[in-house]
Design a binder for this molecule. Sequence first.
Ligand SMILES: [Mg+2]
Length: 381
Amino acid sequence: MKITRVRSRVVDMPLTGDFHPAWARGRNQTNLLLVVIEVETDAGITGIGAAHAGLEAAVAIERFVAPYFIGQDPTCIEPLAAVLRDAEILGPPLYCMEIPLWDILGKLAGVPVYKFWGGFSDRVTAYCATAEIRSPEQRVDDVHGLLADGYRAVKLRFHQPDPREDLKTVEAIRAAVGDRIAIMVDANQAGIEPGFGGHRPWGFQRAFEVALELERLGVVWLEEPLARHDYAGLARLRARLSRLKLAGGEDNHGLHEFKLLLDLDCYDILQPDVLLSEGIFQVRKISALAEAANREVAPHTWGNGIGLLANLHLAASIPNCPYFEFPHDPPSGFTLHTRDQMLRAPLTIDSDGMVRVPDAAGFGFELDEERIERYTVQRFG
Ligand SMILES: [Mg+2]
C-alpha cells in the first residue's frame, strides 16, 4: 500500500456563545480552529486526523510532511513518525499526522485502534474539564447539573490573583455535595498564553500552601502547580505531599522528557496529548514507562472532537489511565456539542460517567462533511 495524497482543510467553526478560558486572561474565544487531515492510499483506504491548530499547521504539513509521506507505505509507521520529529524542529508540532496512519492500519485490520494495542477497556471514567472562573455559588449549581448528567468527576481552574478565592469554590462544592463528585484542580502554571496581562506565577511556597489545602479537601490531583521545566521544584513539592497527586506534562515534549519527568519524580500522573506531545505510539511508550514506575497517565485532550477520540483510544488501550479529560463547560460557548461539531455525533458519557470507545475500525471518526465544508476557509493538497 502507498500514500497517494495528503489533504488538509483549515476549518474555522463557531462556538455558541461567550467562552473565557482561565488560561487566557481577558480573551473571549469565539471560534474553534482546526485542520482536518486526510491521508489517501492506493488501496482506497483513507485515514483521518486533525490538528489542534490553524493555517500554520496546514502550511507546515504541506511543506515538511506531505513530500516525505507520499509514495510511502502508511502501515510502516515508525519511520514516518521520525519525519514528524524532524518537522517540529522547523515548524509547529505535527504529531497529529500519525493519527491518519493508525486510522488506515485499523481500517485495514478491521479493528478499533485501542484493541489493536491490547484493548485494556472499552470505556474510561470521564472527568468534566471546566475552563472558566466562576463564583463558588455558580460552580455549586454547575456541579449539581453535572451530577444529574451522570458525571462522577470535575476539574476546576485556579487562576484568581489570590488562590484562597479559588479554594472557596472547592470548599463550597464539598459542603454542597460531599464526596459525591471527585475534584481535580488545574493551576495551568506550566503554560500561560502569552500576551495577556495579570498572570502571577505561583512559585514554590504558594504551590505548597495551595496543595496542603487541596489535600485537606480530598482533591484527587493538582495539575501544573509550577513552571514546566521546574523539575526540582515539582519533585520537592511531590515529596512533601501524601494523598494529593501531582499531574502535568501537557506542555512537555517527547519520550525523553517524559522519561526525565518520571526519573526525577516530578508527577504522579503524566498528561501527554497525542496531538501535541509526540506521536500517539510514542505516547504509548511513555505510558509503558509510567506503568513501570507505578505512575498513571491521563492524556490532555483539550481541543477538538477528533483529537479527543484519538486520545480516548490511547487511554482505553493502557492499564494505567484512571480518568479521561472530557472538555465541557456549559453554559459557556464551549460544550461537548461545540467541541465535537466536526463529527456526526458528539462523544458523550454513559450512566456510569464513562466514555465508551466506538467499535468501528480505525478510530471511528465519522465526519460531518456538510458542516466541515461550510466552515472550511482554506485547502491544501
Ligand atoms: Mg491542564
